[in-house]
Every structure is written in structure tokens, then in C-alpha cells.
Write a protein that binds this ligand. Structure first.
Ligand code: SAH
Length: 264
């Protein structure tokens, strides 16, 4: 268990997005956002000094942590002896997680490094077959974006791609003062729950491409922003092409992809 007496505190490094939670009640609240159903492994990204890890270790699951910072890893090894065999000293974005999980499902959780938030979500989406649940803390703006619906100003690529496969819930806001050092912005905690049927009824590759291309020029109508797709005039006469990407729900993006598919 944690013992802060025999180990220096880790010095926060800006380039690793280190803002350590100092309010234990927030850490406990984040650990409680997972439902712990349908998997026996949990992966925490960026445990730092283990404030959240401590609460995960009380749950009836096997907790793994992945941490890029050697100083934090040393701290964890000394203070969380039982965790030591499941500390992965690696970059989450680069590491092949199946070396550890061997195709088995696992949930993802963390008070994430904010400088790589979008990449964390994209890697999760790539591994969606193995990740039934995901929760944790981002910059508030990013958490809101992931959970936002069509028509919202912040609705974008991350919202559509995430919600195609997961139900996204914004859970609560966390102020800067509970971190050391405090970040400049508010933080937000969210939960993603994979949909029961998360296979799309269209080409998933084309879906990703369509969503990304459409939002590259979010003020334009789809007729204009999807020019590089060389679609027929007949297809572009469909009223959906008169809309802007921020007006389309996930379902409409799927329908759009199906239309494009039948035309090419
Ligand atoms: N969970 C801790 C620390 C949060 S700060 C707490 O709440 O106090 C974010 C953590 O992510 C830091 O420990 C940082 O070293 C780690 N980190 C940053 N980039 C990472 C990466 N690419 N892979 C794994 N961990 C990373």
C-alpha cells in the first residue's frame, strides 16, 4: 500500500502533462466511474504517484498501469509492491497492449495526460474490440467535445467517431485547485460504454474517411467539403449534401457513408 514516508514525491514534468491529483476524494470518485462488468482487467494510463491506482486496487479486478515516466515508475515500485509485476514502463500510444492482454478485454481509465488526449481516444477506438469501457479525466473542453451532439459548436470528429461505437456520458467537472501543479483549465470526467452492437452497417474505413474529410472544412456543405470523393451529380442532389457536418447525427453520417458506398 502507499507509503509516502520513504520516497520523495515525483517532480511534475510539464512535457509529460503531469498534474497530480492531490484530492483523494476526486481520485476515488473517478475509480468509481467504471462499472467493472464484462472484463477482469483494467488498464490505468499515466498513474503518476498512484493516487487513482490505490482505489482501483481495492476493486475486484486485476489492475495494470502504463507509465512513461521513469521517476513515477520507481515511486510506484517502492510504494505499491503488489502492483510491481503489472507496471508497464512504456508510452501508451506506442506500446502493443496485446503483449500483456493477449486479445482479452480490458477497461481503460486514467487522469490522462492532456497533451495526448485525442490520441488516447483514437487508440481506444482502434482497439474497441477489446475495450468495453473507458472512463477518466480530460481537459473539460475535450471531455465535452467527445460527448457533444450534433448542432453543438464543439461537435466534431472526436464526437462522431467515438459515439459511433460508444455511448458517451459527461459525468462531472473538476476545478484546477485539486491538482499539483494546477492546470490552467477546468477538467471533466466522462465514461464511454461500448454499444451492444458496435459494428457499423457500412464500410468503417470509409466512415472514418468521410467524417474526417467533412470536418476539415466544417463551415462548408458536404457537397463542397467532399469534392475529392468525385461523387456523381445525381448523388449530390440528395438533400443531405446541402448540410454542414456539424448538423449530421452519427446515424446520418452512417447513412451518408452508405450513400457514398453505393455510388462508388
Ligand atoms: N494519474 C496521476 C497522474 C496524472 S498526470 C494523478 O492523477 O495524479 C498524467 C500522467 O501520465 C503522468 O504521470 C505522466 O507521466 C503520464 N504520461 C504522459 N504521457 C504518457 C504516455 N504517452 N504513456 C503513458 N503515460 C504517460
Amino acid at each position: 500500500m502507499a507509503n509516502n514516508y520513504n520516497q520523495h514525491q515525483v517532480k511534475a514534468k510539464k512535457h509529460l502533462g503531469q498534474h497530480f491529483l492531490k484530492d483523494e476524494s476526486v481520485a476515488e470518485k473517478i475509480a468509481d466511474t467504471l462499472m467493472f462488468k464484462g472484463y477482469k482487467n483494467v488498464l490505468e494510463i499515466g498513474p503518476g504517484m498512484g493516487v487513482l491506482t490505490k482505489y482501483l486496487l481495492k476493486k475486484d479486478v486485476t489492475t495494470y498501469v502504463i507509465e512513461i515516466d521513469t521517476e513515477s515508475v520507481t515511486y510506484l515500485q517502492v510504494n505499491y509492491l503488489s502492483l510491481a509485476p503489472r507496471i508497464i514502463e512504456q508510452d501508451f500510444l506506442k506500446y502493443d497492449l496485446n503483449i500483456v492482454f493477449n486479445q482479452e478485454p480490458f477497461a481503460v481509465i486514467g487522469n490522462f495526460p492532456y497533451n495526448i488526449s485525442s490520441q488516447i481516444v483514437f487508440k481506444t477506438l482502434e482497439m474497441r474490440d477489446q475495450i468495453p469501457e473507458f472512463s477518466g479525466m480530460f481537459q473539460k473542453e475535450v471531455a465535452q467535445r467527445i460527448c457533444s451532439k450534433e448542432g453543438s459548436k464543439v461537435y466534431g470528429i472526436l464526437s462522431v467517431l467515438t459515439q459511433a461505437f460508444y455511448d458517451a456520458e459527461y459525468l462531472f467537472t473538476v476545478p484546477p485547485g485539486v491538482f499539483n501543479p494546477p492546470p490552467k483549465v477546468d477538467s471533466g470526467v466522462l465514461r464511454l460504454t461500448r454499444k451492444d452492437n458496435y459494428t457499423l452497417p457500412c464500410s468503417e474505413k470509409l466512415f472514418f474517411k468521410t467524417v474526417k474529410t467533412a470536418f476539415q472544412q466544417r463551415r462548408k456543405t458536404l457537397r463542397n467539403s467532399l469534392k475529392t470523393f468525385n461523387l456523381s451529380d445525381n448523388l449530390k442532389a440528395n438533400s443531405i449534401f446541402g448540410k454542414r457536418p456539424e448538423q449530421l447525427s452519427v446515424q446520418e453520417f452512417i447513412k451518408l457513408t452508405q450513400l457514398i458506398e453505393t455510388n462508388t
